[in-house]
Design a protein around this ligand. Structure first.
Ligand code: PEP
Ligand code: MG
Length: 322
């Protein structure tokens, strides 16, 4: 089976009816980066900085972050490396951070909210990302955005850091692309406005599913509700894609749904530009893309989005793929 996936893995992922999907990987650790098969992938769609923050006894220094990001940029050899601003808080925090205990940590102080409340910490990360951008195609991704102001504030900090770096004669990409991770209903609803300030979107389907359905992704009591195929989640994704296309910015999926082979024809039909998947799934995803048609689903998108349940959506998708 594995051999079958790997046979044509270095070819582009294009459906039989001509829709191309870029296939990138989510990086969770330095080891993932060493194991990545660069001949097979179009880059790193989500470099999770969290492990750099969660593995030590104190905040990582600018030098540590820079070393890690530079290494990723160099290994990617001109392919994209999308670095996420630290997505800590929620279920991910280290003792040294001394974050307050919260009743609903997933809805609390986390990710971009901490970044903007602690610009001293955030600017260290921004400096490291910018410095690494001199060594490859680095992009910055902002997690848990719930409004345009958060993007504007980030850009403001970014310009401040750029000014400092210029004074220090440090090279960096002055046009560093800044993307928004779409994972809150607020970001979906305002995606038309966000698309004007963001250079790209990446749909965090894990959190988006939990927030659209108000179903805790870690709570087995609501496990049945938590389904990315729910028409409400799919309609959210379709709206985000439409707004991204209207403003001519690319859109990817970086949650687990990106690697779900049952759903890939739907992502192709929606004209999602990129799927960022686990490194171990990349060959399989490319193989499936190359075996499928998506025009049938595209012609029936309304029917898919008008299904009344996630099960109906899956049944319909199966019918199209037969
Ligand atoms: C997501 O929410 O889909 C995502 C990619 O990030 P995480 O699972 O770390 O929240
Ligand atoms: Mg998330």
């Amino acid at each position: 089976q594995r051999h079958r996936y790997e046979k044509a893995a270095d070819l582009k992922a294009v459906t039989l009816d001509g829709q191309e999907l870029r296939v990138t990987v989510n990086i969770f650790s330095a080891e993932d980066l060493n194991k990545a098969d660069w001949d097979l992938i179009d880059g790193v769609g989500l470099y999770r900085s969290d492990f750099l923050y969660l593995s030590g006894k104190d905040y990582p220094s600018e030098a540590q972050l820079f070393r890690a990001y530079k290494s990723a940029a160099e290994k990617a050899k001109g392919r994209d490396v999308v670095i996420s601003a630290f997505d800590i808080g929620g279920d991910k925090c280290a003792d040294y951070m001394q974050l307050p205990k919260e009743e609903n940590p997933f809805l609390g102080k986390r990710a971009i909210r901490i970044c903007l409340e602690r610009p001293d910490l955030f600017c260290i990360q921004l400096r490291a990302v910018l410095k690494a951008s001199a060594y490859g195609r680095v992009k910055l991704l902002l997690p848990m955005v719930s409004g345009t102001d958060e993007v504007k504030q980030t850009r403001h900090l970014l310009y401040r850091v750029m000014k400092q770096l210029k004074k220090e004669n440090v090279h960096f990409d002055e046009h560093l692309p800044v993307g928004v991770m779409i994972e809150t209903p607020a970001a979906v609803i305002t995606s038309d406005v966000l698309a004007k300030t963001a250079d790209f979107f990446s749909i965090g389907s894990n959190d988006l599913t939990q927030f659209v359905l108000a179903a805790d992704r870690l709570n087995p009591q609501v496990e049945k509700l938590y389904d990315v195929c729910s028409p409400s989640v799919l309609r959210s994704i379709a709206l985000v894609v439409r707004n991204a296309q209207k403003h001519k910015i690319p859109v990817s999926i970086c949650g687990e749904a990106a690697g779900d082979t049952e759903l890939i024809p739907l992502w192709a039909a929606l004209r999602i530009n990129e799927l960022s998947v686990l490194p171990c799934d990349a060959a399989q995803v490319k193989y499936h893309v190359r075996q499928m048609h998506c025009n049938g689903i595209r012609a029936s998108l309304d029917e898919v989005l008008c299904c009344t349940s996630a099960d109906d959506v899956r049944r319909l998708l199966k019918k199209f793929s037969q």
